[in-house]
Design a protein around this ligand. Sequence first.
Ligand code: URA
Length: 257
Amino acid sequence: MGEISYEDRPEDGRGGRVVPMRLQKFLARAGVASRRSSENLMTAGRVRVNGEVVTELGSKVDPLVDTVTVDGREVRLNDAPVTIMLNKPAGVITTMKAQSSKPIVAELVPLEEFPGLYPIGRLDADTTGLLLFSTDGNLGNELLHPSRHVNKTYRAQLDGPLSQGQADALRRGVELSDGPTSPAEVEFVGKSRRDVRITIHEGRYHQVKRMFEAVGRKVRKLHRESFGPLELGDLALGTWRQLSQEEVEALRQASNK
Ligand code: URA
């Protein structure tokens, strides 16, 4: 087979170039299955490279040269950008580079399959819930630009009951050190006035905590349930799932309003 120099290799759309890689990684990046399940496909003899069954887990393929099939169907590297949502656990810092021994979100997302994933915005270390990542460098700018107002809904547990007056103040918008917030939607969850669902339209630093503080309450627990049209649903804490193209399109639409 002909050699292709590194410089001549096309960009993979994920911050790297298409280079030879382990077969299970190739299958995962092509969206066939997770790496673990791809290994199972290989050991079951369902994967062929250039017509030969390959069961050896260390085998490498060159996506530019080799033909890979699973159950006879050709698989190609899809270089479309990848966007995922993570259900971030508490105690995990939103960063891709470890600065201390504390756990970081980079350890929870599939960087091997999708190098170049970066977080879209951030959640505080003690906040749980929906955090987006993408290999698409533009998506973050589109969704986070201050002129875009994508709704974000949080469930907050407070240090004490929120009065009707405090809730109404949040609904009107409150004054923070970096300017007024736009009106928020606020509803009580169940009978306790300590459990509140709040939807905000900006994404400023510690915004939800500062908003509650502005009306005299402290947030004890914070969980992001949704981002624009996307809901966390029953995604387990600490796990991720890839968004469909329709979901990414719906996000873009929401940010264009
Ligand atoms: N607002 C906050 O105060 N913290 C978060 O993590 C997210 C929104």
